[in-house]
Design a protein around this ligand. Structure first.
Ligand SMILES: *Cc1c(COP(=O)(O)O)cnc(C)c1O
Length: 361
């Protein structure tokens, strides 16, 4: 089999050794006479996987006992609603920083539940080319929380600082850059991520939330939507997505074997530098619409002089085994998602292809 160079935005590339392990273990799991897919979520075999996924995440990030780690279904999008239902307490307002489509969606859900205000908005004509500077944030000191999106998957921007929000709980949607490098969990009251970009299959969200926030959350919401329900039952209140959690466990185990998040950072910074320097070497042809200080290390976006050339680029790249380079329909242009699991060789293959394309365009 020849592996494609996979630049999909999500679901996205997974490490080959992780896929191979799943293949080896699929039909019979650890000598139990059945697949993990067939095991009870209350049984010993699955429970070991479940709790190892949690402990690996705690170890890799450095998550203290004052936080709950939850594995929830419904992806990151359910969290847009769930976090507001739990944490936007009556009589309070929440602050949202708008830096792209996903933060707009998070705000829209919060507005259906309570009062939410915009603390900053960097859009110009519906597009986002940067994240705000700290001085641009207009924060309500009484806010229930501040919500922002650390990496904007569609527009290719990323925060390279953690905003100082004083005593207000800070909540981050880290879906597309979770575990790309080490981060200080203590700066956040809650972080969450859909698994399908950096850590596993789609449909699963990882939520890390401060226990005191869970305790103070609203109780007048459906049981299944309360963080407390899942925290009290260690994400085993109802049947979890056992296979997705197994895959996340394997990805985390793999990342640990590579040297943890510091190794991820080195790998990702190197890949991003390789691709951005190819763009910067020929800025009239490969135009990056993102302000330099806001460039994403995970989703690299660029334009070509015409849409016709962009179409041809995607077509010819696909023929060469480079998959998923079309930009999101709302942003246009081209995008390479170069998450943790994308090997350097794939980025090198893309850079080589760009040079060939440029020579014949
Ligand atoms: C992909 C993505 C989402 C949505 O994830 P789903 O799992 O499809 O709900 C939310 N936020 C960000 C930043 C994303 O990249």
């Amino acid at each position: 089999m020849k592996r494609a160079h996979n630049f999909n935005a999500g679901p996205a590339a997974l490490p080959l050794p992780v896929l191979e392990r799943a293949q080896r273990e699929l039909v019979e799991f650890e000598g139990t006479g059945m697949s993990l897919l067939e095991h009870s979520h209350r049984g010993k075999a699955y429970e070991a996987v479940h709790f190892q996924a949690e402990s690996l995440l705690r170890e890799l990030v450095g998550i203290g006992d004052d936080y709950s780690v939850l594995f929830l279904q419904g992806g990151a999008s359910l969290q847009f609603a769930m976090l507001a239902m739990n944490l936007l307490l009556p009589g309070k307002s929440a602050d949202y920083v708008l830096t792209g489509t996903w933060s707009q969606k998070a705000l829209a859900e919060a507005k259906l539940i309570g009062t939410a205000r915009v603390a900053a908005d960097t859009s110009v004509d519906g597009k986002f080319a940067r994240v705000p500077s700290e001085s641009e944030l207009s924060l309500d000191p009484e806010a229930a929380y501040v919500h922002y999106t650390t990496n904007n998957t569609i527009f290719g921007t990323q925060w390279h600082y953690v905003p100082n929000v004083g005593k207000t709980p800070l909540i981050a949607d880290m879906s597309s850059d979770f575990l790309w490098k080490p981060f200080d969990m203590n700066a956040y009251a809650m972080v969450y991520a859909g698994a399908q970009k950096n850590i596993g299959p789609s449909g699963l969200a990882v939520v890390v939330v401060k226990k005191e926030l869970v305790l103070a959350a609203r109780k007048d919401i459906p049981v299944i939507l309360r963080y407390a329900t899942h925290a009290d039952n260690q994400s085993l209140y109802n049947t979890p997505n056992t296979f997705a959690i197994y895959m996340v466990r394997n990805v985390l185990d793999h990342v640990k074997g590579l040297g943890g998040l510091a190794a991820m950072e080195k790998h990702n910074v190197d890949k991003a530098a390789l691709l951005y320097s190819a763009l910067d070497a020929d800025p009239d042809f490969f135009r990056c619409p993102v302000e330099r200080a806001s460039r994403s290390t995970m989703n690299v976006v660029w334009r070509l002089p015409t849409e016709e050339l962009e179409e041809r680029f995607v077509k010819e790249a696909t023929k060469s085994g480079l998959i998923g380079l079309k930009g999101h329909r709302s942003a246009g242009g081209l995008r390479a998602s170069i998450y943790n699991a994308v090997p350097r060789e794939s980025v090198q293959a893309l850079v080589d292809f760009m040079a060939t394309f440029r020579a014949t365009a």
